[in-house]
Design a protein. Sequence first.
Length: 255
Amino acid sequence: MLRRILKQFLYGSFYLIIFGAVGFGVYWGFLRAAPSCFDGVLNQNEEEIDCGGVCEDCALRRLVPLRVDPTQLFHAGEFGTTVFMQFRNSNNNYGASSFNYELNLYDTAGKVIFNQKEKSFIYPGEIKALVLPALAVKFEDILRSDVKISGTSWVKAGDFPRPEVIVKDVIFKTDGARAVVSGILVNKSPFLISKAIIGGIAVAKNGIYINASLTSVADTAAFSEKPFQIFIPVLASDIPNLDPALVRTFVEAIR
């Protein structure tokens, strides 16, 4: 009797192993999900779980989001406002070939009275200044502003090199109700700069920004120079307080 039970047990165990092996083989060969970059498993040739190798660069997980400093608003005539923004990319190994930003201006009731959506880019480690001149909204109607960033497309630094473009021989003068910033744009890069947007900021002796504007220069050939002028509207009462030594310029170079 005991031998019969033992024999049945052995046969049962044998068939159980066979059926288990067949079932496992069917699962492994036909039902198991293929390895992916979203399965929460360190497989394929990943460096960390679901990143590196055939998946996205693990460094993308550690990127610091783009930041924007508080906006500065300037009076631009009776019915206009100029906006100065400064974006910061603290990632030295990645730039953003494209990002979206949305500017909102609010009145005293908290209502959005102006909205503008734009696209831009920023190089690795760059602090990028942008000016939106003479927007069609009264300066006196604005209580506050904000800028929202979205849709950042990250690119490795090696695939997104920053053009070597500078300004030199900057001269600051006043002419009636405006300040004039002139100088030379220098393209030290070995390629054409199809468009250079040059911004200028008039600064008071106490370091406060008074107003800003910009100009553009087209088709600056490799290793060449071009002159530029920026006309910045200022109030007559501000002119005695301006400091030519503090004038600020910045360049957005587009290949």
